[in-house]
Design a binder for this molecule. Sequence first.
Ligand code: HAM
Length: 421
Amino acid sequence: MTLQAPKGTFDWLPPRSERALAVREALTAPARRAGYGYIETPVFEDTALFVRGVGESTDIVSKEMYTFEDKGGRSITLRPEGTASVVRAVLQHGLHNGQLPVKLWYSGSQFRYERAQKGRYRHFWQVGAEALGSEDPALDAELILLAVDGYAALGLTGVRLLINTLGDRECRPVYRAALQDFLRGLDLDEPTRQRIEINPLRVLDDKRPEVQERLAGAPLVVDHLCGACKAYHEEVRSLLTASGVAYTDDPRLVRGLDYYTRTTFEFVHDGLGSQSAVGGGGRYDGLSEMLGGPALPSVGWALGVDRTVLAMEAEGLFPGDGEQARVQVYGVPLGEEARRRMFLLVTELRRAGLAADMSFGGKGVKGAMKGADRSGASHAVILGERDIAAGTAQVKDLVSGEQAAVPLAEIVMTLKERLDK
Ligand code: HAM
């Protein structure tokens, strides 16, 4: 058997791969327009970054990391997310010593050893945006809007926004204790009981219906917010409303990473089955300090590229792109001399800005014309021995079937005139 890609991974192949590129472009364009700069961090980092940043008790760190020892004996982890790396890079290079907030966007592969299923992969792609160093509800609202605009630019209509707040270091501990008190009184299995002690908020996120039933009367963070957190959350919500953004308050929204404070949000799509989150994010005011840096209140999001493609497919937003042309012009050389001439002509066409390909491998006229057809090109340039002798080539309109001899020196100009509309 030939080798297969590892479980939970997949290949992006043309023409579908174009969808991933289009999604990346559209989801990051609003952030770029809002002054976010591009950052690229390593695909692997010291394991300690994620243990400290994402949190030891999270599923990501406790079960899902691709961790290995490198040849120098260091513990290395393939990044499961981008935020911890961005904060690490900002601190390392002192970007926070300049103008605040530091606004950055990124795009790249993430790795999580998850149970693979549709929409949940072990190697997947995110785009992200982070604004570091400002505590300002307008920044939370800005980021949410940028994501909303990105989804809208793709034509998606089924993306819903859920928002919540998790309080801050003042009110969260009080809430946590109240929740623990409530949870300890429930009849729950041993692993869940352990989670109450380590990360009680995660218990709220338990997907089992019998557990959800028992959680019905659980205390909610909204009822335990301090005055500052309440006012902050009200301002974020009011800015969203003023910008015409529809959202649902979800007091049970719990994110899978430990660094969140105050605003949290998720974008969900109902066309994806159980993996409905197409994006998520929130404020992480304490992360910099967790990584040994100064106080750097920050907010950001990451949007799943492959899940967004799935959501768009579910909405039927890519009609007929499978038939899209690969190139505009296709060269059909007949014979050895024609092949050399065609190679140069195709190069010239490409340099003139046209998308051009040619038949390779010394195919006969039938095979080469089939290649022209499959390429989706609207024009073929056919070059035989007689044409070479006459200093011409046949330019064939593959839609109408019309064909005419054109002097070799005029081919590029003729095709540019016809195709540059
Ligand atoms: P996250 O919610 O873990 O947040 O991931 C964000 C998005 O990545 C998800 O909504 C989903 O679309 C996609 N995603 C996550 N896991 C998978 C997977 N196994 N397969 C396919 N897609 C997946 C974060 O990663 C945070 N760093 C977001 C953030 C940035 N918070 C603040 N700044």
